[in-house]
Each structure stands twice: as C-alpha cells, then as structure tokens.
Write a protein that binds this ligand. Structure first.
Ligand code: GLV
Length: 311
C-alpha cells in the first residue's frame, strides 16, 4: 500500500484530509506529517510549508504534491530534494476560482467597494460617479493557467485586457507584452494592474514605488500572486498620495498580516485573507488521488515544478 504524508495547514485540519482521502482513495495509507512512521516508507507527500530538511529525509519519496499552485514555501528549503518531481496543485476548478476572484476584485476596486463599505459603516449616503469596465485597461502580469483564465473572464466583463509574460502567449484579443524590455510599455497602458506572477527571485518586491510610478496616475492594483512580490509600505504610501487609486491584496508576507498593521485601516485598500483560489480539501484530495493513480500506471501529471524557471 502506498503511503502519503500530509503537511498542509494546522494539525487540526488533518482529520478532514484523512476523511477526504478515505473516500477518494481508500487504498492509500494517509498519515499526518508528525506521525508518519518510518520516513523511508513514505511514497508521496502533500505539503504547503514543510520544515526544512524533512523532505530530504524521505529516501523513497516518489513525488511531492504542492498543496497550492505556488510552491515557494516548499522550494525555499535549502535541502529541497530537487531530484523528486514536485507537482503544482492546479485542479480543474482552481483557475476558475482565481478568475472569479479577479473579476470580483476588479469590479470591487473599480466601483470603489471599500469606500461604499466605509460609508455604510458610518451610515453615510456617499454618492459618487465611477468608471466602467469598458473604459478601463487591465494589465495582467503572468499569463499562466491562472492569469490566462482571469484575462478571458475579465474580457467577458468588458475590460480591455493585455498581459505581460516571460514567454509569448497567444490569447485572442489579449495583446501580450513579452519580457523585461516590454514592461514599461505594459505598465503605461494599465489602468488596473493584476499580479498573478509566481514567486521567484525575479518577481520578489516587483510591486514597489518605481513600478507604481510607471502606471497611469491613480491606477488600481490587485495582487493575488504572493506577498513577497509587494512592498507593502510602498503600496500604502502610493495609496495615500493618490499614485494608486485603490488596491485589493489577497497575499502578504508574512501571513497572516499582523494584528494592528496600518494596512488594516487604509481607506483605499481591501484585504482578503489569501482566499483567491484555494480549492476545498475534497477537490484537492480527488486531484492528488487521480495523480497518484496515474503515476502508479506510468502517467506523470502536468505542471511539474521546473527549478530553472522557479515555478
Ligand atoms: C495559493 O496561493 C496557491 O498557491 O494555490
């Protein structure tokens, strides 16, 4: 019987993982990370933020599954076993969920949902005009599985959408700006900037003042990539000065965002707790079970982490 060990979220959540796997893969020996038994007996690991060195101590590991699409908290381990395939978690529903979140956030920031919520809390009838999607150009940074779906769904709402990517992508009606040299032109054309980049050394702290200065003044920002990609102090200052007109952030570094952090009170910032696209455990367990069945039959899943690209 193959053994799968799980380290994703608090220990208390493990019973739910166990129950999901009992339904979708009753033949799998599923154990919590801290009760895995002999590490030499482990075949598969499903992890979000494993402690450094632990994966390397499992000599029979055949495949690692990231518990999310981003694997940054796994590969930061200096002893990460690079010879073991690491599969990014992208079940069918993940891109759809991300697209829904980005569409919600885009309309929210465009219609100034934060301002309306604050006015409602004061009991104030705060009437104002706002722009519509048809007059708003959205720039999506990162046109992978998530970014591509979000781009298409944003188009469906009437936004004019263009993208910035490392290698050329071909999405109908979405002009693609490719590579570092095209970044400034991409930014100059983005009234609303959406970041869905993977966390790599190249993308870390990219969302900072020098980049905001290249956007049209008052542009809006959505980050559902990783917290390490934004300089939060710069975001707050840019909102305060009107360099940015509004922002929706789903990711922070570290998480959770500290109690009492000034970002909580920022008037033009909406905060969501890293919920943009994490499918329920049941959906993720089904997907891992299907991948393991495929691997046992000699078929490897797509979306294997490439250490050279960093995602
Ligand atoms: C969530 O952030 C993920 O990486 O799937």
């Amino acid at each position: 019987m193959s053994r799968l060990v799980v380290k994703s979220g608090a220990a208390a959540g493990f019973e739910e993982w166990r129950a999901c796997f009992a339904e979708v893969a009753p033949g799998l020996d599923v154990r919590f990370w801290d009760e895995m038994g002999d590490p030499g007996e482990v075949d598969f690991a499903l992890v979000w933020d494993p402690e450094p060195g632990r994966l390397a101590a499992m000599p029979g590991l055949r495949c690692i599954f990231g518990a999310g699409a981003g694997v940054d908290l796994i590969v930061r381990d200096p002893d990460f076993p690079r010879h073991v395939p690491l599969v990014r978690m992208i079940p069918a529903g993940a891109a759809q969920r991300m697209g829904e979140y980005i569409c919600w956030a885009a309309l929210h920031v465009l219609r100034q949902g934060r301002r309306m919520a604050l006015a409602q809390a004061r009991g104030a009838w705060d009437y104002f005009d706002c722009a519509s999607a048809g007059e708003t150009r959205v720039g999506v940074m990162g046109l992978g599985v998530m970014g591509s779906r979000a781009a298409v769904m944003l188009q469906g709402l009437g936004f004019a959408v263009h993208g910035w990517s490392r290698s050329a992508k071909c999405l109908p009606g979405v002009k693609d700006y490719v590579g570092e040299g095209a970044l400034d032109d991409f930014l100059a054309a983005s009234d609303l900037l959406v970041c869905l980049l993977p966390d790599t050394p190249d993308t870390r702290a990219i969302l900072a003042r020098p980049l905001f200065e290249k956007l049209p003044r008052g542009a809006m920002l959505i980050n559902a990539g990783r917290g390490a990609q934004q300089n939060l102090d710069d975001v707050l200052a840019a909102l305060e000065e009107g360099l940015l007109g509004g922002a929706v952030l789903d990711v922070f570094e570290p998480e959770p965002l500290a109690e009492g952090h000034p970002a909580w009170a920022a008037e033009r910032l909406t905060i969501t707790p890293h919920v943009a696209s994490l499918p329920p455990r049941r959906e993720r367990a089904e997907w891992v079970a299907a991948c393991i069945a495929g691997i046992e039959a000699g078929r490897w899943p797509e979306k294997i982490y490439n250490p050279d690209l960093g995602y």
